[in-house]
Design a protein around this ligand. Structure first.
Ligand code: AMP
Length: 422
């Protein structure tokens, strides 16, 4: 019978050995979290639609086109989360995570599934996973630096250095409004030459036109007014400080005056890390400040900054870096149990060794000793234990060290000590 059931388009099963790479990434994010003093947050996979409309923005692609929506049996409009900042902010407000006593909150999330109805391609899926951080409560440029340092630390720990930091500022609302007016004026004067998409965006979300890769738009975008020229003093000095902190931390970056990011809540610093090891979907991670979002969603005025990074894209990069070689998991011990008579003892040895921290496997298919030995040899295990009828009768076991091939018969009582000292 041919099975016609498949994983939904734009989703992927994560199978071994690739799942080992996922675990490695997750462990690395946990470690970096600890190093920087961040704690993990987990929020529900779905939220009320209004949360994303009010935070990410109704006119953004994510909210207007890409959300997975459903009405639950109680008639509530829900969305599978397309990103996590909105949820974290909702949770922070709901649980008073930022109060006068705890004036800042350092949160991270790890391998969290997100859902966007996008056109699937290499590095772009409908269910994808992100890790990231949200640093709530600090207006200081030091916080902007820390968020970038955190992301870099994850990539560096994984042995990956081939990335590029793109940096921009969007200023605060007043700076941005002035710039936006000039930008719209400029784009309107070039309306005929703009792509159809951009013509539409001019009415709904003009800043996003700067993101366009359409050749019709790129020349026009090249001459568009830059936010840098519209920053007020406070915005300009914040940005200068961020740049000089990056320089002192020896983090190189390029200024990208047209980097706007696809979510409405950003202000001041925005950044993206890209990799030349990825194809057209080259963004590994993106983030920035969102100083007004918490207040906008009903919380106390609280500045904040964070980033979100794609796990699938990092996996692609790491596969390339390691030439597709993912270390297989190997057991420490493979117990070859010759026949039924040895089962009870074999199982109890396995259980004792596992309690002592050794990973132990044995055959579950009632195969011959020869077949078991062959599998043990292929499995890459460090030790093979042979429990034949002779060994059983003498309360002994044969221990084979796979690195040297040396084999010895030992009293079973000495086994654990020997393995621990090997
Ligand atoms: P964003 O939330 O759009 O700022 O995205 C942050 C990061 O998540 C990106 O830099 C990507 O690495 C990753 N990402 C975003 N959308 C997708 C997607 N549809 N599939 C895979 N990764 C994604």
């Amino acid at each position: 019978m041919v099975m016609d059931l498949k994983a939904p388009r734009g989703t992927k099963d994560i199978l071994p050995p690739e799942s080992h790479l996922w675990k490695e990434i997750e462990r690395t994010v946990d470690e970096v979290g600890l190093l920087f003093g961040y704690e993990e947050i987990r929020t529900p996979m779905f939220e009320q639609v209004s949360l994303f409309k009010r935070s990410v923005g109704e006119e953004t692609d994510i909210v207007s086109k890409e959300m997975y929506l459903f009405t639950d049996k109680g008639g509530e409009e829900m969305a599978l989360r397309p990103e996590l900042t909105a949820s974290v902010v909702r949770a922070a407000i709901e649980h008073n995570l930022v109060t006068k006593q705890a004036s800042s909150s350092r949160l991270y999330y790890n391998s969290a599934p997100m859902f966007r109805y996008e056109r699937p391609q290499m590095g772009r899926q409908r269910q994808f996973h992100q890790f990231g951080i949200e640093l709530l409560g600090s207006l200081s440029p030091l916080a902007d630096l820390q968020v970038i340092e955190f992301a870099l630390a994850v990539y560096q720990k994984l042995g990956f250095a081939n990335f590029h930091l793109k940096l921009n500022t969007l200023g605060n609302q007043s700076s941005r409004e002035k710039w936006r007016e000039e930008l719209v004026k400029y784009l309107r004067s070039n309306l005929d030459a703009l792509s159809e998409d951009s013509k539409r965006r001019l009415e709904t979300n003009p800043l996003r036109i700067l993101d366009s890769k359409n050749p019709c738009d790129t020349t026009i975008i090249g001459g568009a007014p830059n936010i840098i020229d519209y920053l007020d003093e406070a915005d300009a000095s914040h940005f200068d400080e961020v740049k000089s902190l990056l320089t002192s931390a020896q983090i190189s970056y390029s200024l990208e005056p047209h980097l706007v990011r696809g979510l409405d809540y950003y202000n001041r610093t925005v950044f993206e890390l890209t990799s030349t090891d990825l194809g057209s979907q080259d963004a590994l991670c993106g983030g920035g400040r969102y100083d007004t979002l918490i207040e906008k969603l009903g919380g106390p005025p609280t500045p904040a900054v964070g980033f979100a990074a794609g796990v699938e894209r990092l996996v692609l990069v790491l596969m390339k870096l390691r030439s597709g070689e993912i270390p297989k998991s190997k057991s420490d011990v493979y117990i070859v149990i010759a026949d039924k008579a040895g089962r009870e003892v074999g199982i109890s040895i396995a259980s004792d060794l596992r309690k002592a921290g050794f990973s132990v496997i044995y055959d579950l298919l009632d195969r011959s000793v020869k077949a078991q030995m062959r599998e043990a040899g292929k499995s890459g295990t460090r030790f093979v234990l042979l429990l034949g009828s002779d060994e059983l009768a003498a309360a002994e076991i044969t221990l084979k060290r796979m690195n040297t091939g040396a084999q010895e018969r030992i009293p079973r009582g000495n086994l654990l000590g020997l393995l621990q000292n090997s």
